[in-house]
Ligand binder design. Structure first.
Ligand SMILES: NC(=O)C1=CN([C@@H]2O[C@H](COP(=O)(O)OP(=O)(O)OC[C@H]3O[C@@H](n4cnc5c(N)ncnc54)[C@H](O)[C@@H]3O)[C@@H](O)[C@H]2O)C=CC1
Ligand SMILES: CC(=O)C(=O)O
Ligand SMILES: [Mg+2]
Length: 379
């Protein structure tokens, strides 16, 4: 298969879909890889390393999109990229369609097949292609939170860990999944007073087993969110209902009663955000203030530590991408229900139920959608 890797074009996004080591794996298994010129340069992966791995360098994204059978990216395609996709082509990347009607419409119009990293599943009910970036974003949430608690950033001047004789800051983490546990670990490591909320009792039990009394676990209700948000210096939004728009757990009215100078980091912003006052921001201008509360809502947080993130993402995505390349897209999807759960768009049809529901499209079951195109091809 011919694999194409364009340079990412989102604001301050320096990740790339495949490392040189990843490209080498494809080449060794008999595939061809084309990479856009300087696609990985900003994070120390220059063209020479891709060439040494056996890849070909091409000058423009247009050439990548024109030639490749499978496009491997990081971020959701921007409108110009969507317009370069064509029927029968596979796009393998993060999509986050539920809060993004325009991207969804453009992908449907393209006729291409789009597999979203964030909805591929695994036997242990995890999201193996979201997990590496959630690990990064969870850890970064505490860095971002600590920085923005500084007075010069608009924060209330609390040091997360306090000092001897002065109490630490209170950190509330809403959602105890991959982002949540990584945020909690970092906050505890810095000595903060950490409380984590989740809807899943099973998950709260696991967290309690791991961290014991070093962290408080609380079942997530509207009442618990309100009580703990009002006391918090830093709130991390880390909930997820896969494929769906994030539930709004902190209302505008509640924000208006929170501590002045407290900080909210809405990691769930890529699914629309879990605070009513959240709107997506960029690494260039990451924060804004509502009622005295600093909001950090960067939708591509791992892009800030793009070298670590690119390596972590390739480690996770490569086995799936290789399966798609080795078996062919249709067979790989038919054989693997977890990969099939990643199928969001196919030949003008929405094939993920939560996405269809969020955006009011007809849901076509993935095997039905694949069957329809197979029929068209044989007719
Ligand atoms: N902004 C960014 O750059 C990034 C954002 N993310 C996003 O972070 C979010 C979280 O991702 P993961 O931790 O990997 O998901 P996950 O599935 O591992 O964890 C989500 C947790 O939220 C819990 N939850 C659901 N509804 C809840 C509620 N009402 N109250 C409390 N807990 C609730 C679930 O039980 C689960 O434990 C996702 O939206 C993901 O896309 C992930 C990486 C980077
Ligand atoms: C998960 C995601 O959207 C990101 O890493 O940017
Ligand atoms: Mg994102």
């Amino acid at each position: 298969m011919l694999i194409g890797v364009p340079k990412e074009i989102k604001n301050h996004e320096y990740r790339i879909g495949l490392t040189p080591a990843g490209a080498k794996e494809f080449v060794q298994q008999g595939h061809r890889v084309i990479v856009e010129h300087d696609g990985g340069l900003a994070i120390g992966f220059d063209d020479a390393q891709y060439l040494a791995a056996g890849a070909e360098i091409v000058n423009t994204a247009a050439e990548v999109f024109e030639r490749a059978e499978m496009i491997i990216k990081v971020k959701e395609p921007q409108p110009g990229e969507c317009r370069m996709l064509s029927p029968g082509q596979l796009l393998f990347t993060y999509l986050h369609l539920a809060p993004d009607p325009e991207q969804t419409r453009l992908l449907l119009e393209s006729g291409a097949t789009a597999i979203a990293y964030e909805t591929v599943t695994s036997d242990d009910a995890g999201l193996p292609l979201l997990a590496p970036m959630s690990e990064v974003a969870g850890r970064m949430a505490i860095q971002a939170g600590a920085h923005n608690l500084e007075k010069a950033q608009g924060g209330n001047g609390m040091l997360l860990g306090g000092v001897p004789g002065v109490e630490p800051a209170k950190v509330l983490v809403i959602g105890g999944g991959v982002v949540g546990i990584n945020a909690a670990r970092m906050a505890m490591g810095l000595g903060a007073d950490v409380t984590i909320l989740d809807k899943s009792l099973e998950r709260l039990k696991e967290l309690d087993m791991i961290f014991g009394g070093r962290m408080k676990t609380v079942y997530s209700t509207a009442d618990a969110v309100e009580r703990h948000a009002l006391e918090a210096d830093l709130v991390v939004g880390a909930v997820l209902i896969p494929g769906a728009a994030a539930p709004k757990l902190i209302s505008r009215e509640l924000v208006s009663r929170m501590k002045a100078g407290s900080v909210m980091v809405d990691v769930a912003i890529d699914q629309g955000g879990c605070f009513e006052t959240s709107r997506a921001t960029t690494h260039q201008e990451p924060t804004y203030v509502v009622d005295g509360v600093v909001h950090y809502c960067v939708a591509n947080m791992p892009g800030g530590v793009a070298r670590t993130s690119t390596m972590a993402l390739t480690n996770a995505s490569m086995p799936y991408a290789l399966k798609l390349a080795n078996k062919g897209v249709a067979d790989a999807l038919r054989d693997d229900r977890h990969l099939r759960n990643g199928l969001n768009v196919h030949a003008g049809m929405i094939t993920h139920e939560a996405v269809a529901e969020a955006l009011d499209y007809e849901f076509v079951e993935p095997l039905t959608a694949l069957g329809r195109t197979a029929l068209q091809q044989s007719a």
